[in-house]
Design a protein around this ligand. Structure first.
Ligand SMILES: NC(=O)c1ccc[n+]([C@@H]2O[C@H](COP(=O)([O-])OP(=O)(O)OC[C@H]3O[C@@H](n4cnc5c(N)ncnc54)[C@H](O)[C@@H]3O)[C@@H](O)[C@H]2O)c1
Length: 256
């Protein structure tokens, strides 16, 4: 089996770091024409030549116009709605209106803003693939992370509904559940959890591992590989699925 994304045009949100970056690099290597954006200009500048980038906050719909105006006239094959923020780690009664809104804006509003723009093009082409980054928090409960959980369950519902709406037009839509991913973001999550529950970060790191059946953390490249497979011709009849690449998360909140 040899995966190729030759001649595919793909837009990935938040490609400056983490899984978005790993996916941009993997797709670029497989021959795709990759477009990406991020709020972090320096991170974008460190991507290889040949990947087209924009500085953009995807939670602001108007900022996306310039990007799609440039990309869409040439067609688009794959949309990866990757951007997401962790939101606050607090009990629900301590979450402010602004914290709630900011988390929703990046995690779910932005996925809608991009999807709304690409669907007419995909329909005209009678083909297209959408990948939405979910989380184990989009299929499980997760105390102290209410805004993120609410946003990610919205992503699950959005994904399932899009697969139903768009399937007749040969447009596939799948969600990815990354679980515990090695990297800076996971470290931030572990430290925020440790602080909120007055625990040692090492203990929290262990708790997240034992919350998965395989007692593991995964690398961003494993997520990227799965996205490439789903977007390739090998995935041509895979749609409406919420695919875990997480060693099977049983709980995000093992009681210590
Ligand atoms: N890391 C994990 O353990 C984990 C687990 C489950 C789900 N996820 C989800 O996977 C996706 C990617 O997560 P990650 O850990 O790779 O991300 P990350 O925290 O490493 O951030 C990746 C990039 O997003 C950019 N970004 C943040 N807000 C943005 C905005 N408003 N507009 C444009 N760019 C923005 C950042 O500058 C950064 O370069 C997210 O949707 C996240 O919720 C992550």
């Amino acid at each position: 089996m040899q995966i190729s994304l030759q001649d595919k045009r793909v837009f990935i949100t938040a490609g400056g770091a983490g899984m978005g970056r790993a996916t941009a690099l993997a797709m670029h290597k497989l021959g795709a024409t990759v477009f990406t954006c991020d709020v972090d200009e320096a991170a974008l500048a460190s991507l290889p030549e040949g990947i087209t980038t924009w500085v953009c906050d995807v939670s602001k719909s108007a900022e996306l116009d310039a990007i799609f105006d440039e990309i869409l006239p040439g067609g688009l094959d794959i949309m990866v709605n990757n951007a997401g923020v962790t939101g606050p780690t607090k009990l629900v009664e301590d979450v402010t209106d602004q914290e709630w809104r900011d988390c929703m804006a990046v995690c779910i509003d932005a996925q809608f803003y991009c999807t709304r723009r690409v669907v007419p093009v995909f329909k005209k082409q009678q083909q297209g693939v959408i990948i939405n980054l979910v989380s184990a928090a989009g299929i499980l409960g997760y105390p102290t992370r209410a805004p993120y959980v609410a946003a990610k369950w919205a992503v699950t519902g959005f994904t399932k509904t899009l697969a139903m709406e768009l399937g007749p037009d040969n447009i596939r839509v799948n969600g990815i559940v990354p679980g515990n991913v090695n990297g800076e973001r996971m470290e931030r999550v572990i430290h925020a959890h440790a602080e909120a529950d007055d625990l040692d970060p090492q203990e929290v790191r262990r708790m997240y591992a034992i919350g998965t059946s395989m007692q593991c953390y995964v690398d961003p490249e494993e997520i990227a590989d799965t996205i490439c497979f789903l977007c390739s011709d090998y995935g041509r009849h895979i749609s409406g699925q919420i695919v875990g690449v997480d060693g099977h998360t049983e709980t995000l909140y093992p009681r210590s």
